[in-house]
Design a protein around this ligand. Structure first.
Ligand SMILES: NC(=O)c1ccc[n+]([C@@H]2O[C@H](COP(=O)([O-])OP(=O)(O)OC[C@H]3O[C@@H](n4cnc5c(N)ncnc54)[C@H](OP(=O)(O)O)[C@@H]3O)[C@@H](O)[C@H]2O)c1
Length: 368
C-alpha cells in the first residue's frame, strides 16, 4: 500500500474541525496525525473534548494530543484550517511561511488576489495562482481557500450555467444553525423563528466571492466574472443545509429545457479523476415541486452534491430555482478535502520548510 500523506487540522475542536476528523477517517490518501486548537483545548487528548456530531469521537483520533498554534515546526506538510476567523489570518500565514500547504475554510485570505478561492468543479485552473503566491508573498508553502458555505451552493449552480453568460443574480438564503459554529445562535433566537440578518459580512461574501470563483485567470490574477449578485441572508432553525433561492438573468436566453440539461449534465475534473471525496454528480436536479429539502436531501452522497429544484421562468430575470447544499460538508470540510485532493491529483507540490519541493506524490504515483 502506498504511504499516505500526513495531515493536520487547525481548529480541530470546532464544528468544521469535527467534520474534518470524521471525513478523514480511512481516507485513502491522507493520514491525520496532528491537531491544534486554542489554549482552552491544548494539552488534552482529542477524545476528552465534547463530540457534537452523531456517534462518538472516531477512535482513530481519540488519542491524538491537541497542540497550540505556535508549534509551527511540528506540523505535518498539509494542514486543513477550521480556525475561527479572529485567529485564522495570522496563523495560516505563519504555517505557509513555514512551508506548509494550508487548505482553509476561513474567510481571511479568500479575497487575496494571489490565493485561489477554489471549487474543483468550477475553477480548477485557479490552482495556477499558487506559484504566483509563492513568488509574491515569498513563502515556500501556500494557502488555498474554499468559499463561504452559501457561496459554494450559488457558485456551483452558476458554474453549470456559465455557458449561457449570467448577467444578474438575486439570491435569498435560508441558512442552517450549524453555519454559526458551536454554540452558535442562542436557542431563544433560533427556535420557531427566522433571523433576517447574518453578521460577519455574509451578504458581501456571496456578492464578491462568487465573482472571483467564476472569474477568468489572467497572468497573475483573477479577473472577476462580469455579472452582479445581490444577496439577502437569513438564519432558519434547520440543523444542517443552506438553501439558496435564486433568480438569474442569462444573456443567451436559453430555453428551460436547455437550462435543465446544463444543470443535470454538469460534471467536471473531480468526477473525471474520480477524486475520493468527489460526488458522482456535482449537481442533483430534482423534478418534484417540493424538493430540495434539507431534511430529505442534505445527507445524500455524504453531503457533497448540491441539490437544485423548482427550475422555472422568472418574470423579471428569466429563470429562478431553489438550490441546497450541506454547509459544513460541501460548504466547509468536504470542500477543503476535495480541494486538497485536486492539488494532489494535479501534482501541485508541497515545499519543505527550507523552501525545496518535498517530492509530493501525485495521484498517478498513488495509483488513484
Ligand atoms: N460552520 C460552517 O458551516 C462553516 C462553513 C464555512 C466556513 N466556516 C468557517 O470555518 C471556520 C470554523 O468554523 P466553525 O463553525 O467550526 O467554528 P467553531 O465551531 O466556533 O470552531 C472554531 C475553532 O477555532 C478554534 N479557535 C478559536 N479561537 C482560537 C484561538 N485564539 N487560537 C486557536 N484556535 C482557536 C477553536 O478552538 P477551541 O475549541 O479550543 O476554542 C475551534 O477549534 C470559521 O472561520 C468559519 O467562518 C464555517
Amino acid at each position: 500500500m502506498t504511504e499516505r500523506t500526513r495531515v493536520g487540522i487547525l481548529g480541530a475542536t470546532g464544528m468544521v474541525g469535527q467534520h474534518f476528523v470524521s471525513l478523514l477517517e480511512d481516507h485513502p490518501w491522507f493520514e491525520l496525525t496532528w491537531l491544534a486548537a486554542s489554549e482552552r483545548s491544548a494539552g488534552k487528548r482529542y477524545g476528552e473534548m465534547p463530540w457534537r456530531l452523531a456517534g462518538n469521537t472516531p477512535r482513530y483520533a481519540a488519542n491524538l494530543p491537541i497542540n497550540t498554534l505556535d508549534v509551527v515546526d511540528a506540523a505535518p506538510p498539509l494542514l486543513f484550517s477550521a480556525l475561527d476567523s479572529s485567529v485564522a489570518g495570522d496563523a495560516e500565514t505563519a504555517f505557509a511561511r513555514a512551508g506548509r500547504l494550508v487548505v482553509s475554510n476561513a474567510r481571511n485570505h479568500r479575497m487575496d488576489p494571489l490565493v485561489p478561492l477554489l471549487i474543483p468543479e468550477v475553477n480548477p485552473d485557479h490552482t495556477a495562482l499558487i506559484e504566483k503566491q509563492r513568488e509574491g508573498h515569498g513563502w515556500p508553502g501556500a494557502i488555498v481557500t474554499n468559499p463561504n458555505c452559501s457561496t459554494v451552493v450559488i457558485a456551483m449552480v452558476l458554474g453549470a450555467l456559465r455557458q449561457f453568460h449570467p448577467t444578474r443574480v438575486v439570491v435569498t438564503t435560508l441558512q442552517a444553525l450549524s453555519g454559526a459554529g458551536y454554540p452558535g445562535v442562542a436557542s431563544l433566537d433560533a427556535v420557531g423563528n427566522v433571523v433576517p440578518y447574518i453578521g460577519g459580512g455574509e451578504e458581501e461574501k456571496i456578492e464578491t466571492e462568487t465573482r472571483k470563483i467564476l472569474g477568468t485567470l489572467e497572468r497573475d490574477r483573477v479577473k472577476d466574472a462580469p455579472f452582479i449578485v445581490s444577496a439577502t441572508t437569513t438564519r432558519v432553525p434547520v440543523p444542517d443545509g443552506h438553501t439558496a433561492v435564486m433568480s438569474i438573468e442569462l444573456a443567451d436566453a436559453p430555453s428551460l429545457d436547455e437550462v435543465n440539461a446544463a444543470l443535470e449534465s454538469f460534471t467536471a475534473e473531480p468526477q473525471q479523476r474520480k477524486l475520493p471525496t468527489a460526488p458522482a454528480r456535482p449537481l442533483i436536479l430534482h423534478t418534484a415541486q417540493d424538493r430540495p429539502q434539507p431534511r430529505l436531501d442534505v445527507q445524500v452522497g455524504r453531503g457533497m452534491p448540491v441539490h437544485v429544484g423548482r427550475v422555472r421562468r422568472c418574470p423579471i430575470f428569466g429563470y429562478k430555482l431553489v438550490a441546497l447544499g450541506h454547509n459544513v460538508v460541501r460548504g466547509a470540510a468536504g470542500a477543503a478535502l476535495l480541494n486538497a485532493e485536486l492539488l494532489v491529483a494535479r501534482g501541485i507540490g508541497l515545499a519543505s520548510s527550507d523552501g525545496r519541493r518535498s517530492g509530493y506524490a501525485t495521484a498517478e504515483v498513488r495509483g488513484a
